[in-house]
Design a protein around this ligand. Structure first.
Ligand SMILES: NC(=O)c1ccc[n+]([C@@H]2O[C@H](COP(=O)([O-])OP(=O)(O)OC[C@H]3O[C@@H](n4cnc5c(N)ncnc54)[C@H](OP(=O)(O)O)[C@@H]3O)[C@@H](O)[C@H]2O)c1
Length: 405
């Protein structure tokens, strides 16, 4: 039905109009945007002069979430290409690569905690080239290669974003790497160092170890002396995990990971990274050594297939971990929560982390592991790659169709 509508002229016009509003971060609960001046600042384009009539630009492609549900809810659409006109404090970026995150699957199913109203363009991160600069932006210029972190809106060919939510890319970094870095590495860095207080000699249990955040966390653990990493993942990914520095890969499909950890380390571990939620948070807490910490940062257990599963939601909610302050005191354990999306106004805090990450990248300590690169047309296959647990590392979307998987 929706497909039929998309094929009709009326449907197309409506969809173009919808897509035209898809500026990054302008979802239902988008971060505050710098006010747009009534007359937008003259865009700083490379060679345009006053007398030139700008050449007609082809329409811009964008992915749009048209409703909550299965893979077919994300549609490739197009919008007219108006000349870029970033407002004060903004930049317009020609997007070259975007990150696909686990959260994007949850958003599509309507089980994420921060949902803009449909239709909107998803995408929290990406990388590209600055093509126009708004008034008051002095530290970015046309031609700069930047990575971008926003709450939504990146999955399109051109995007206008606050300049403070962009970060210059190191010369050696590819667009795919830059699109893979912000969400996974900021999360891994903050959960390990800010929440977990990772120190030399610690032991860490990393779940979803072969995913984007998991591999980032493993690389970051290796920057600290003598850290022992336990990692859960499907058995086919264990060789890669060992190569990356996991001492004890565990196949959670065929064994009880709590028993496996205890066989090797009877006292448990110092830090558990918990992206699973529900009953797994209890297990994480009970695996802690004295002074150990659980960092909870996801509820992957909600996703059991391509569509929302009410039973899984009820089960996860029913098994929600809770502990009293007195119990924590007596156990000498800590619990910490992390959600990058809710740090959207903490520009300085996040920028500090990005700076640290850029140093680690330049020194060769971290490097995003790209699983696969998919053109916008194949967004459903890209999502399946994660949903069906096939990915090792980051899944990337690119606006152009030349890159095939
Ligand atoms: N709080 C935050 O700010 C924040 C930011 C980023 C990510 N996260 C969370 O961190 C977790 C990892 O994210 P990511 O982007 O790194 O993941 P990802 O790369 O998409 O990882 C996917 C892998 O996770 C494993 N997995 C475990 N449970 C799964 C399930 N129910 N459905 C599908 N795959 C499952 C599968 O591998 P194996 O079978 O091999 O384990 C799958 O290949 C997610 O819970 C995400 O929501 C939180």
């Amino acid at each position: 039905m929706e497909q039929e509508k998309a094929m009709s002229g009326e449907g197309e016009a409506a969809e173009v109009a919808i897509a035209a509003t898809a500026t990054a971060g302008e979802g239902g609960d988008a971060p505050p945007q710098p006010p747009k001046s009534k007359e937008p600042a003259a865009p700083q384009t490379s060679e345009a002069t006053k007398d030139e009539v700008p050449p007609e630009r082809p329409p811009l492609r964008c992915l749009v979430l048209t409703g909550f549900g299965g893979y077919d809810k994300v549609k490739l659409q197009s919008r007219p290409a108006a000349p870029p006109a970033p407002g004060p404090g903004q930049l317009t970026v020609r997007v070259r690569a975007c990150g696909l995150n686990f959260a994007d699957l949850m958003i599509r199913q309507g089980v994420y905690d921060r949902l803009p109203s449909v239709p909107f363009t998803p995408g929290m991160e990406g990388a590209g080239v600055v093509i126009a600069v708004g008034e008051g932006v002095s530290d970015r210029k046309v031609g700069d290669r930047v990575m971008v972190l926003v709450s939504s809106g990146m999955w399109q060919e051109e995007v206008t974003v606050p300049a403070v939510q962009t970060f210059p890319m190191p010369e050696a970094m590819s667009f795919e790497e830059a699109a893979a870095l912000p969400v996974n590495y900021i999360t891994a860095y903050m959960v390990l160092f800010d929440c977990g207080n990772l120190r030399p000699g610690h032991s860490v249990l990393v779940h979803m170890a072969a995913g984007g955040v998991g591999l980032a966390a493993i690389q970051l653990c290796k920057t600290v002396e003598n850290v022992t990493v336990f990692g859960t993942a499907s058995a086919s990914k264990h060789d890669v995990l060992k190569e990356k520095g996991v001492s004890h890969p565990i196949d959670y499909h065929t064994s009880n990971y709590v028993d496996e950890v205890k066989k090797i380390s009877p006292k448990g571990v110092d830090i558990v990274l918990d992206p699973l939620g529900g009953a797994d948070t209890y297990k994480a807490y009970n695996l802690l050594k004295p002074m150990g910490k659980v960092v909870t940062y996801g509820v992957a257990n909600l996703l059991t297939g391509p569509k929302r599963n009410l039973m899984a939601m009820a089960k996860t909610w029913w098994n929600q971990f809770s502990v009293s302050a007195l119990q924590l005191l007596q156990a000498n354990r800590g619990i910490c929560g992390f959600h990058l999306n809710y740090l959207e106004n903490e520009v300085e805090l996040v920028s500090r982390v990005v700076l640290q990450l850029m140093t680690l990248y330049s020194e060769g300590h971290i490097k995003p592991h790209i699983d696969s690169v998919w053109p916008f047309e194949k967004v459903a296959d890209a999502m399946k790659q994660i949903q069906e647990k096939k990915n090792v590392g980051k899944v990337i979307l690119v606006p152009n169709s030349e890159k095939k998987n």
